[in-house]
Ligand binder design. Sequence first.
Ligand code: B12
Length: 225
Amino acid sequence: MTDDTTANPADDELLDALYDSVLSGDADSAIDSTRAGLAAGLQPLSLLFDAMIPSLEEVGNLFESGEIFLPEMLISARAMQACMNILRPLLADAASSRIGVFVMGTIAGDIHDIGKNLCDVMLEGAGFEVIDLGINVPADRFVEAITEHQPDAVGLSAFLTTTMAELATTIDAIDAAGVRGDTKIIVGGAPVTQEYADQIGADGYAPTAVSAVRTVKELLGMGQS
Ligand code: B12
């Protein structure tokens, strides 16, 4: 994911240690590896995309195949979130001025928020004011937030195939309430695809937090940076 993955074996060892710590849900050692990685000059995005996210991906695989259960998945998620707390200020630091308002939330029935929170951080880093409605957000709460904040864009996050239809319900509710106007709606989350986004009438889709920033800026005619 990051451009230059490490050429240095010591860096690879740090990334491997971080991967293993998140996998086993050992928050203390994940925090130690994160700090050691930063001290060794590794980029926050490399720690995320070359270690933590692949590790959670593997956690998901092990859960799916019945090798681990919900509590293990939860402690891995907590280990990752502990590391995110260290990285967040480093990632969100870049913006010097506000370029727009973004409303974000995880759709109703879904409590996954790590990917969404990562998008928040990257959008804030790019200069957006992010109003995060949290998890398990019903469609009418999105409608209220659009009415209240008049955002440039709205992000809907979904991680379960069983509740993905709620993306369509939410977009329909926004349209039915007549509040969509020029607000762009962008969808994302592990099971979401461009094809699905097109099918339900979203304005955009992005597979990662990094590409989410790019896509939102494109949709808003802000060009590239
Ligand atoms: C951690 C985790 C949990 C944690 C969540 C903790 C939290 N605070 O988020 C806990 C343990 C609570 C959990 C619970 C459940 N989970 Co869960 N979970 C995961 C896991 C392992 C990782 C998800 C994650 O955070 N990944 C890290 C982030 C960074 O992922 P990412 O996709 O790369 O995120 C990027 C993009 O998606 C994108 N993005 C995200 N949001 C948005 C929004 C917008 C607008 C845009 C543009 C982009 C975007 O940007 C992100 C950053 O680059 C996944 C496995 C997987 N492969 O996804 C299963 C997984 C999602 N869970 C699953 C399941 C089944 C469940 C449960 C139903 C289990 C149960 N029996 O109770 C419950 C559901 C509870 C509920 N109602 O929501 C399944 C879903 C299967 C399916 N097909 O629907 C998965 C795929 C595991 C599996 N392989 O079976 N889970």
